[in-house]
Every structure is written in structure tokens, then in C-alpha cells.
Design a protein around this ligand. Structure first.
Ligand code: NZQ
Ligand code: ZN
Length: 388
């Protein structure tokens, strides 16, 4: 039975080859000062920077830059960004990049007018903003996180060896996002497949929970089938517009709050992956891939019926003459083979995790209670050990 819920997604999307023109509609809604936030420079190489700056200038904006947002943005960078936004008296923060740039822009947006320490307030105490939030817009160049249409913001604190996400409410969602699949053509294959697995993981985190009949689970199965189909094409031909556009759209729906409505969710793969990320600074989607199989094999006995449904409806396993458990395990085998085929990293050793990090990773793994088994610390240790 669907639980009670409220649904509202305030982000306006511009999708397709001409999506960037949407900036001309959005920019006049905001004041003159725009803080242009981007990463390590990919947008300068592929020409997206020049296009965005030209549109900002044509709309009479004063541009202030905040470059160098790193993958897995840090609390130190956040503090720098807050100062830049204050100095610019920013009326709009325009994030041009992937999830890291977009997440970072949101974290800056809720911190500029906040007197508290933002790390403690938002990422340790999980409080909601009580100050004026600067509007954020996003031009997406890397597909995976869903940050373009959600309130998520993940920040890493290397000093504390913590990587923590705060899922903010509607007021922090980007006001608008520009999604041009062609902007993702220049992504290195490693990033592309990492993003593809991030999408899959977001769907699975919301799918592997609950035993009731939920429309959300049927939507999730459809999204997963589209993702697998398009990923197979994109891995062979990264410039296939149809496949890249389907992947981009799937990513948005995988984590824009829709498929979580009315049901419980898990999120343990992300908690394990974020802990690995806090210790290794590895690419987000790869950390998820590396812990997924050990985690799913560990919890399968507690949610066998759902894993069997997944095997049949998503991976096309033939159920005839097999027990539920056999079907369920076969589904994971097919999934594992596919993950290897598209080039995902399947262990945390390859991501830089060493034995001496185990205790720290166990300690920094947050335990969630919506999955098929609430893990103990010993369970977390077993799963992480099996992920080396
Ligand atoms: O920095 P530049 O030079 O731009 O290079 C980036 C970066 O190195 C590169 N890149 C992006 N677009 C490109 C490109 N290279 C060539 N051509 C392009 N078009 O890709 C690299 C990775 O970018 P990043 O933004 O870090 O990737 P992603 O989108 O996967 O974001 C990862 C961050 O998002 C968080 C993760 O934890 C991680 O910190 N997440 C955010 C979520 C949310 N907001 O809801 C949920 C997710 O589960 C996730 O935790
Ligand atoms: Zn993710």
C-alpha cells in the first residue's frame, strides 16, 4: 500500500540540443550579479564555457567566477565559495558541470547568509536552512547524480574522514536546469560508466525496500530496462545521441524524488560507497559499483522475493523450474557480468582502499533502516572486507 505523501518538484527543465537557449528565458528573472561556478576546466576545453559566458553577457549580467570545484567537493572549497558569493553579492549561482559542481552550488546557496558553521549545521546536525537561499541554476555536463532536479548536496570533510549528503527541501532545488545530451559527449568513458552505475544504484536504493505492491517499483523497472539498453549502446558508441539522451533523462527521474514516493527506501550502498569515498576520494559511481555485489549478496536472503522479481523483470532471467532463491541469485550473476562488461570497477582495492582503512571505513558508514536488513557494525565490516 502506498504511504501518504506530498509531491512537488519545482525545478524547470530545458532538455535537448537547444536547451541552452533556456538561459535566455531564465536569466532575466534574476539580478545582475551571477556567480559562475565550474570544475577543473573541462568546460573550457569543450566550448561550453564560451557559450554560457556569451549568453550571460548578452543578458547584461556581471560575471563573477568560482572555478576549481573538485569531484567530491570539500568543506574547505565550500568555505572559499561562500566568501566569493558574498564578495560578488550574487543574485544567482549558475553551476556549469556535473553533480559535484551542482551539489557545491547548493551548499554555497544555503550558507552565504547563514551565521552558523555550514558543515556542522547542515552535514552533522542535518538542520534545515533558516536564512535567505540564493537561487541556483544548473547547466549539466555529466550525467548520474540527479542533482539537476533534486535537493541533494554531498560534501566531503577530509579532516574528519566523512563524506555526507544532506537532502534539502524544495527551496534548495535548482530553479532551472539545462540538459543537453551533447554536452556529455566529451566525458571520458570512465566517468560515463561511473555515472551510468550511479543512476542504476539510485533506482536500486529505492527499489530494494518494501514487500508491498507499489507503482513506484514498476516505474523503476522500466527506468532500469531503458538504462541497461541505452548503456549497452553508449559504451559501444558514446556519440549516439538517442542513447545518451535516454541515459540523461533516466538519471533525472532516478533521483528527483518521484520513485521514492509512498514507499520505504534503502540507501545502504550509498552509505558504504560514501565511506569508501571519504577515505579514498574515488569516483562516486565506482565506489557504489565496488560495494554493490557484496552488499546485495549479503542481504538477498532477507528480501528474496524482490530480488527474484528484479531478476525476471529487469534482467530477463527465465524462472521456469527454479526456486525463488535460485532465480534471485541468477539475477545478481547476470547483473555482475553486465557491470564487468561495461567497465565498472568491481572492488575497492582498485579504488585505493588499503587494509588499514577498514576500521575507519566501518566507523564512518552511516547505518540506514529502510532496507531488507538493518546492518550491525559487524555486518558492515563483513561487507567491506568482501569488497576488497
Ligand atoms: O572538473 P571538470 O574539469 O569539469 O571535470 C569533471 C570531473 O573531473 C568531469 N566532467 C564533467 N563533465 C564533463 C567532464 N569531462 C569532460 N566532459 C564533460 N562534459 O567529470 C568529472 C566528474 O565530475 P563530477 O561532477 O564529480 O561527477 P558526478 O556528476 O558524478 O558528481 C559526483 C558528486 O555528486 C555526489 C557524489 O557523492 C559526488 O560528490 N552525489 C550527489 C547526489 C545528489 N545531489 O543527489 C547524489 C549522488 O548519489 C551523489 O552522492
Ligand atoms: Zn549516487
Amino acid at each position: 500500500m502506498l504511504g501518504n505523501f506530498t509531491y512537488c518538484n519545482p525545478t524547470k527543465l530545458y532538455f535537448g540540443k537547444d536547451a541552452l537557449d533556456g538561459l535566455n528565458e531564465e536569466l532575466p528573472k534574476y539580478g545582475k550579479n551571477v556567480l559562475l561556478v565550474y570544475g577543473g576546466g573541462s568546460i573550457k576545453k569543450n566550448g561550453i564555457y564560451d557559450k554560457v559566458v556569451a549568453i550571460l553577457k548578452a543578458n547584461g549580467k556581471e560575471i563573477f567566477e568560482d572555478a576549481g570545484v573538485m569531484p567530491n567537493p570539500t568543506v574547505d572549497k565550500l568555505n572559499e565559495g561562500i566568501e566569493r558569493a558574498r564578495a560578488a553579492k550574487a543574485d544567482l549561482i549558475l553551476a556549469v558541470g556535473g553533480g559535484s559542481v551542482c551539489d557545491y552550488a547548493k551548499a554555497v546557496s544555503v550558507s552565504v547568509n547563514c551565521n552558523d558553521d555550514p558543515w556542522d549545521k547542515y552535514f552533522i546536525r542535518f538542520e534545515e536552512p533558516t536564512c535567505y537561499i540564493i537561487p541556483v541554476g544548473c547547466v549539466l555536463t555529466m550525467v548520474g547524480t540527479g542533482s539537476e532536479m533534486n535537493g541533494g548536496s554531498v560534501i566531503t570533510n577530509h579532516g574528519q574522514k566523512l563524506k555526507i549528503g544532506h537532502v534539502f527541501g524544495e527551496e534548495v532545488f535548482p530553479k532551472f536546469s539545462v540538459l543537453n545530451p551533447e554536452f556529455t559527449f566529451t566525458l571520458p568513458k570512465y566517468q560515463m560508466v561511473s555515472g551510468i552505475y550511479d543512476i542504476m544504484s539510485h533506482i536500486l536504493e529505492q527499489y530494494f525496500s518494501g514487500t508491498d505492491d507499489s507503482t513506484s517499483d514498476y516505474i523503476s523497472e522500466g527506468l532500469l530496462r531503458s538504462l541497461i539498453h541505452s548503456a549497452n549502446i553508449a559504451v559501444e558508441n558514446p556519440r549516439d545521441y538517442e542513447a545518451r539522451s535516454n541515459i540523461m533523462w533516466t538519471a533525472t527521474w532516478a533521483l528527483n524524488t518521484l520513485v521514492a514516493k509512498g514507499k520505504t527506501t534503502d540507501w545502504m550502498v550509498h552509505m558504504l560507497g560514501q565511506s569508501v569515498g571519504a577515505h579514498t576520494d574515488a569516483t562516486h559511481g565506482m565506489t557504489l559499483a565496488a560495494v554493490s555485489m557484496p552488499y546485495y549478496r549479503y542481504i538477498l536472503p532477507y528480501g528474496t522475493a524482490k530480488f527474484a522479481r528484479f531478476a525476471v523483470n529487469v534482467w530477463g532471467v527465465n524462472p521456469e523450474g527454479k526456486t525463488q532463491s535460485q532465480i534471485a541469485y541468477e539475477g545478481l550473476e547476470v547483473m555482475e557480468a553486465w557491470m564487468k562488461k561495461i567497465g565498472l570497477v568491481m572492488n575497492i582495492t582498485e579504488l585505493g582502499a588499503t587494509e588499514d582503512m577498514l576500521d575507519g571505513m566501518v566507523k564512518s558508514t552511516r547505518i540506514m533502516d529502510g532496507g531488507y536488513k538493518i546492518l550491525s557494525e559487524a555486518d558492515v565490516r563483513d561487507i567491506l572486507k568482501a569488497s576488497y
